[in-house]
Design a protein around this ligand. Structure first.
Ligand code: GDP
Length: 337
């Protein structure tokens, strides 16, 4: 529940104990730091407010783990928790987590009393170093410890969700996607648009990405799989890299005329084609993949069915219509400032 429209922006809050991985997470996801370089990051030692050029304008507030903010006199709870949509709590799964769990429990109980609408998202973090069995054990153990304590205190229905995460693979992005999707009003409508686009264009899978973070905001109703997400997210990187090296340019007049030849209906808007779009055919499986800019922050990326590259002109026409719809969707969804 991001709050009533117009009342500030949906906000994410990242918390957890010192060395749990908070700075690493925000650097890898929002600032493109290679995971290995987080070894040299300074641990979070104060409250950091981090504003990003992302479509939701969400902020990651990085808290020092050791401060007991609920006990601090004059602590302005409303300023911190008043408008956040989700609290992300990072627990280091490779470390002794009993204290982290205890702190999380008292935080949840405090929030449930004062701000019951805040989603609580627990990142069981650094699971890359753990065997699959051990990973499941730890997840179960943490979940049970939290849920038991909550029901003892009479909060059976607290909105708490658990995500295993690591900065060394895509799990951290997957987890953020789930967190963000809960904060988007009328997500179902957005998904329906993508599902219908997949049907008309014979796409296998389509994702709407926040380009800066490569978190996906929505996808069609086909089952999500890591492999297709990774291909699409890597494709964005490729396009960004190529654009950085070679720049971008408008299509020459003649090329555009050629493109429009054979299309029954001229696309009036394409005369001023000033968005980024790109498509390639993957060597592996002869599948085309396409990307289309939606607005400053968002891009649509889709994997097409094998051997369907000759359908591209038709696909572009359909994508065009959906992109218009998406732009309108976010126009009315965006909180008025
Ligand atoms: P903070 O104090 O919560 O901001 O924690 P940091 O971001 O400084 O991270 C503490 C240490 O954990 C660093 O050495 C990171 O490299 C390491 N780290 C962070 N995330 C991961 C992860 O997903 N897996 C592993 N193995 N190490 C991680």
């Amino acid at each position: 529940h991001p709050g009533p429209p117009g009342k500030g922006k949906p906000r994410l809050l990242l918390m957890g104990q010192r060395r749990s991985g908070k700075s690493s997470i925000s650097s890898v996801v929002f600032h493109k730091l290679p995971p290995n370089e987080t070894l040299f990051l300074e641990s979070t030692a104060r409250i950091q407010k981090d504003s990003m050029a992302s479509f939701m304008d969400f902020q990651v507030w990085d808290f020092p783990g050791q401060i007991d903010y609920f006990e601090t006199p004059n602590f302005d709870m409303d300023a911190i928790f008043g408008e956040i949509g989700a609290l992300i709590w990072v627990i280091d799964a490779q470390d002794d987590y009993l204290e982290a769990v205890a702190r999380l429990n008292s935080t949840i109980i405090n929030l449930q009393r004062n701000y019951p609408n805040i989603n609580i998202e627990v990142f069981i973090h650094k699971v890359d170093g753990l065997s699959d069995d051990y990973k499941l054990d730890i997840q179960r153990d943490i979940t049970i410890r939290i849920q038991d304590e909550l029901s003892d205190q009479g909060f059976e229905n607290a909105p708490v969700t658990f995500h295993p995460t690591s900065i060394y693979n895509h799990s951290i992005f997957e987890a953020f996607s789930k967190v963000i999707q809960k904060l988007i009003p009328r997500l179902g409508q957005l998904e329906a648009m993508l599902t219908s686009l997949c049907r008309t264009c014979r796409f296998e899978k389509a994702y709407l990405f926040d380009v800066l973070s490569k978190i996906y905001i929505a996808t069609d109703s086909a089952p999500a799989d890591m492999a297709s997400y990774e291909i699409c997210s890597d494709y964005i990187d490729v396009i960004i890299d190529v654009t950085e090296v070679y720049g971008s340019w408008s299509r020459p007049e003649g090329y555009r005329e050629k493109l429009e030849e054979g299309q029954h209906q001229k696309l009036e808007d394409q005369v001023a084609c000033n968005w980024a779009e790109s498509s390639i055919v993957l060597a592996d499986g002869n599948k085309p993949i396409m990307m289309r800019e939606v607005d400053t922050y968002l891009a649509l990326v889709a994997i097409m069915k094998e051997g369907s590259y000759d359908k591209m002109p038709l696909v572009n026409m359909n994508v065009d219509v959906v992109v218009k719809g998406l732009t309108e969707f976010f126009e009315i969804t965006k909180p008025r400032s």
